[in-house]
Structure formats: C-alpha cells, structure tokens
Design a protein around this ligand. Structure first.
Ligand SMILES: Nc1ncnc2c1ncn2[C@@H]1O[C@H](COP(=O)(O)OP(=O)(O)O)[C@@H](O)[C@H]1O
Ligand SMILES: [Mg+2]
Length: 292
C-alpha cells in the first residue's frame, strides 16, 4: 500500500472511532513514515476552548425526566462546581458523561471531536475521563503502593498484568502522585488501615495514575473531618489547570474555597450559574436549595 493510501485509511479509522486524528510530524519534530497516527487520549481536541460539552441532553426513567434538556460546557483546566438539591440529576449527569447511562436525546462531546455517546464506559475511561464515586473503592487488602500500581494495569490482559513492571516514567508518576495525595509516608500501609479521607485521596490518586484530562468527583468530602476537607480543597486546587474537574458537593464552605464558576442543577437542568456569591443571591436558588 502506498503511504498516501495508508494515511487516508488511518484517518478514516480515526474518524470512525471518533478519535482526534493528528497528521504530519511527531512531537519530537521528526516525520513519521509519511502517514498519520491516531491521537492518544492526551490529545483531545480543545481548539474550541471546551473539554466537555453537553447540549439538550434528556433522559427519563419510567417517564420521570431525571435530566431535562441539560446544556453545559467546561473549559480545559477549569474546576467546575455543581450544586443542587437531592434528586436534581447530578449523579445521573455523571452517569451520562461516563457512558453508564445512555440519554434519550442530546449531544455529549469530549473536546470538539469525540462524541461520547458513541463510546462505551470502558472506552470513555481510556479516552481520559476519570470518575470518583461517592464511596471509596480502594483495594483494602493491598498497600497504598500496590493500589496505585494496580491503577496502571487496568484494561490490560491477564498475561500483560502478570508481566507488568513499572517503567521509569511510571515510577516517577507514582512518586509524584504519592506526594500530590499526601500519602508518601504511607506507601507500605494497607489501604484498609487508612482513614476515610486517606482512602478517598488514594482513590483519587488511582485515577491520577491514568493522567485523566477530565475528572468527575461526586461528593468527595462527604464524611471527611474538617481537616481532611481542607486538605482535599488544597489537593483540588493543585489539580486545577493540569486537569479539568467537575465536582459535585453539598459542603458550601468547601465550595467557597475551591470554586470559580458554580452551576446549580435542579429538576435535571441548569437553574443558575455564576460565582458562588451570585448563585447564593439568586432567589430561585434560595427557593429550591439553600433555603431561607
Ligand atoms: N437508574 C435509575 N432508575 C430510575 N430512576 C433513577 C435512576 N437513576 C436516577 N434516578 C432518579 O433520577 C433522579 C435524579 O437522581 P440523581 O442523579 O441521583 O440526583 P442527585 O445526584 O442530584 O441527587 C432521582 O429522582 C432518582 O431517583
Ligand atoms: Mg448524587
């Protein structure tokens, strides 16, 4: 096959899979063999200034509209806070972004080229969207180190996992993540012996091992002590910029510490959006959520 035909084929394959296609020179400035390559998850197309884009998304459960014409977008590196009453659809929105729930209608894009509705849950994780559920789900009988190491093995076959050894870049990454999540002194501790807050940080660390572009965090400080909550705020502020974050929380003092733009969800769509002061002063938000 000629290089031109191979290039056309690679481009078609990339389009069909919804993955952003990069042609021409490599990162090191050299030329590959005349044909392009499929972009890695690190190369989500953000030229339009959005890492995540939802438009007119709706989903019903037994006739009940849990998400109702929801539109929302997030900029690269942004830390977006989502608040709203119980049942507003916050978790369901995350289920839709991560491919756990299929919407009945609407558009969900990762960057400007990846149509998330065409991907399954495991593929979406591989594309660079990490999700932290409310309850910590670390492996209690493994050490902190082993948990982080395991995060690199996911989605590999059994044989590949058995032969798996950290390369030097991965070792560096693991050390960096340990520092970020404040567990460098606890590498050999069993995860089961960590405090609730430390388990939550470890799970965030497991997500960070995959270097996700976008992190979705559902009520991350629920059940934490005040000190753990303060440390989590610091952690999120250090992640901002390097990753995009969507954080659902009820803890207003935590939101105040970390927030730029706050989106208020109610009845499955956006009720208000702005700084925390702005949304807290909004009569409709006070009515449905904050109370008088
Ligand atoms: N899989 C499901 N089946 C039926 N109803 C659901 C399902 N998931 C969510 N719901 C309903 O959708 C609404 C929104 O729920 P949820 O997204 O969990 O709200 P939030 O996270 O904002 O508290 C709730 O009324 C909930 O009962
Ligand atoms: Mg929820």
């Amino acid at each position: 096959m000629t290089p031109d035909l191979m290039e056309a084929g690679a481009e078609r394959a990339a389009r069909a899979s919804g993955i952003h296609y990069v042609s021409g020179s490599t990162e090191s400035g050299g030329r590959e063999a005349g044909f392009g390559r499929i972009a890695t998850p690190g190369e989500v197309d953000i030229t339009h200034g959005r890492i995540l884009y939802l438009e007119d998304v709706s989903v019903s459960f037994d006739g009940f509209k849990a998400i109702n014409k929801l539109s929302l977008d997030i900029a690269p590196g942004e830390l977006r806070c989502i608040i709203g009453p119980n049942g507003a659809g916050k978790t369901t929105m995350m289920d839709i972004i991560t491919g756990k729930t299929r919407p009945d209608s609407g558009t969900v894009f990762f960057g400007s080229t990846i149509d998330l509705l065409r991907h399954r849950e495991a593929e979406i994780a591989q594309l660079g969207i990490g999700r932290k559920f409310q309850k910590p789900t670390v492996f209690e009988h493994l050490t902190v180190f082993e948990n982080l190491e395991l995060a690199l093995k996911t989605n590999k076959g059994v044989r590949a996992s058995m032969l798996f050894r950290l390369d030097s870049a991965q070792s560096d990454r693991l050390a960096e993540v340990l520092e970020t999540i404040h567990l460098a002194d606890s590498v050999s501790r069993l995860a089961g012996n960590l405090s609730h807050g430390q388990k939550q940080w470890l799970e965030i660390g497991m997500l960070l091992m995959q270097d996700p572009k976008l992190l979705l965090l559902d009520e991350p400080v629920a059940g934490m002590t005040d000190e753990e909550t303060a440390r989590t705020a610091e952690l999120f502020l250090t992640l901002k910029g390097k990753h995009s974050l969507m954080v659902v929380e009820h803890d207003m003092s935590f939101i105040r510490t970390i927030s730029e733009i706050v989106t208020v969800l109610c009845d499955g769509s956006v009720l208000a959006q702005g700084t925390l002061d702005e949304v807290q002063a909004d009569e409709r938000v006070i009515e449905v959520y904050l109370g008088r």
